[in-house]
Design a protein around this ligand. Structure first.
Ligand code: BGP
Length: 450
């Protein structure tokens, strides 16, 4: 075997509650910010049914097993457990996830559970959401409830999925709820999320939970578009903004200095209270989850508003680059560079690749098959990149394809497909794609032949 992986390496795939479950008004679930988002105006699709995983999880788990998975990453919907974000526990919600977790384990699939993957209960947003630090106590209570109820069977936990996307989507671009464009709020939200993460790590230790806990980030390598000094400065700024700003606080309890100074000068944000950075430092996680999709190439933004930290650079396409239908550059080489930079800058930390995959418009052929060779190629190249990381001493413990089955892509609806399993969104029928069949061999062989 040319690309053999360590013994006990975990091979699986991932989803997130809101993107697969549907059943948005069932089982006592409360309203989430994404329910509000899809229903406040017609966006052409909603998450009401999604892949109907809420009703079909047993069938889905059977398919995961068929694909040789030994792990599966899922997230829990806060509003299924606490419909209002806090207060009375909804037993039906606990029952649903208990059944799901038990079903996974019965099929030899280790659950990797994300506590928060963006589906905030609407009631908490009404009270300021992540901007209101008081809400962190509800986040901790919610995590405590999960640890108490599922901690005997779950031993890989992640606190938050991609704070950067919540921050940038929700508070910079105004594309995700709460649809704001306000950098001061954005930086405060990111600090508050880091504090929430550290509070849960602390709780995890205090409750003597078994297993390990980490966070999932989506850092990316950023290269300058040219050798010009201006482009190099732009790339450095973009790397601070997309990568260091999120990695540094959870790894070492710091923010990148130049960017922090600039944020405080320009936006008086984030407000970091006395003791916060020590708290982040003291409550260190066990692993870092990495969602890796692409690299960015940055250039000086001549039309930028330089008051705005995110307009001091712009992203450009490289002429010979390979891009997905959505313009995401396919650049597996960046994975080693990124992880190597992170360890050099912040020290060693075990890694899970918690998401990696290719969004595409899949076609069904005349025999009803989905021959997604491009996805096989994408995953294969990233598995090789991951192998290089391990050979060079980076501890990677598992790999999760995004996504297990076709999901609701937050702002792209159902056309951008990621799944190893195809979903017919009219009939909700499932079918393993060519990539899923191919991935089965990888998991069974614990590596790649070529
Ligand atoms: C990650 C998220 C996932 C998923 C994925 C693909 O940022 O954690 O939830 O959506 O990206 O993104 P998109 O659906 O926008 O293509």
């Amino acid at each position: 075997m040319k690309y053999k992986f360590p013994k006990n390496f975990l091979w699986g795939s991932a989803t997130a509650s809101y993107q697969v479950e549907g059943g948005v008004n069932e089982g006592g679930k409360g309203v989430t910010v994404w329910d509000t988002y899809y229903h406040s105006e017609d966006r052409g699709y909603t998450g009401d049914v999604a892949a109907d995983h809420y009703h079909r999880y047993k069938e889905d788990i059977k398919l995961l097993k068929e694909m040789g998975h030994n792990t599966y990453r899922l997230s829990i919907s806060w509003a299924r457990i606490f419909p209002n974000g806090y207060g009375e526990i909804n037993q039906e919600g606990l029952d649903f996830y208990n059944d799901l977790i038990n079903e996974l384990i019965a099929n030899g699939i280790k659950p990797n559970v994300t506590i928060y993957h963006w589906d905030l209960p609407q009631n908490l947003l009404d009270q300021g959401g992540w901007l209101n630090r008081d809400n962190l106590k509800h986040f901790v209570d919610y995590a405590k409830c999960l640890f108490e109820n599922f901690g005997d069977r779950v031993d890989i936990w992640t606190t938050i999925n991609e704070p950067a996307s919540e921050v940038m989507g929700g508070f910079v671009q105004g594309a995700h709820p709460p649809l704001e464009k306000n950098l001061a709020k954005a930086f405060q939200v990111s600090h508050n999320m880091n504090m929430g993460h550290a509070m849960i790590v602390k709780l995890f230790r205090e409750m003597n939970m078994k297993g390990e806990i980490g966070i999932v980030l989506n850092p990316m390598p950023v290269h300058p578009a040219s050798e010009s000094n201006e482009d190099k400065v732009a790339a450095e700024k973009a790397y601070d903004y997309f990568t260091r700003w999120y990695v540094a606080p959870v790894m070492v309890g710091e923010y990148p200095k130049a960017m922090l100074t600039e944020c405080i000068e320009r936006y008086k944000s984030p407000i970091i209270e006395d003791g916060d950075l020590e708290f982040l430092k003291e409550n260190k996680m066990d692993f870092l989850g990495i969602n890796y999709y692409m690299r960015r190439v940055a250039a000086h933004n001549e039309s930028g508003n330089y008051e705005k930290i995110n307009e001091q650079f712009k992203f450009v396409k490289v002429p010979d680059g390979l891009y997905t239908d959505w313009g995401w550059e396919i650049y597996p080489e960046g994975l080693y560079e990124l992880l190597d930079d992170i360890r050099k800058e912040y020290g060693e930390m075990p890694i899970y690749i918690t998401e990696n995959g290719m969004g595409a418009i899949d076609k069904i052929d005349e025999n009803g098959e989905i021959n997604d060779d491009y996805r096989i190629d994408y995953i294969k190249r990233h598995i090789k990149a991951m192998h290089k990381c391990i050979e060079n001493g980076i501890e990677i413990k598992g790999y999760y394809v995004w996504s297990a089955i076709d999901i609701l892509s937050w702002t792209n609806g159902y056309t951008k497909r990621y799944g190893l399993i195809h979903v017919d969104f009219d009939t909700l029928e499932r079918k393993i794609k060519k990539s899923g069949k191919w991935y089965k061999k990888v998991t069974e062989n614990n590596g790649l032949e070529e």
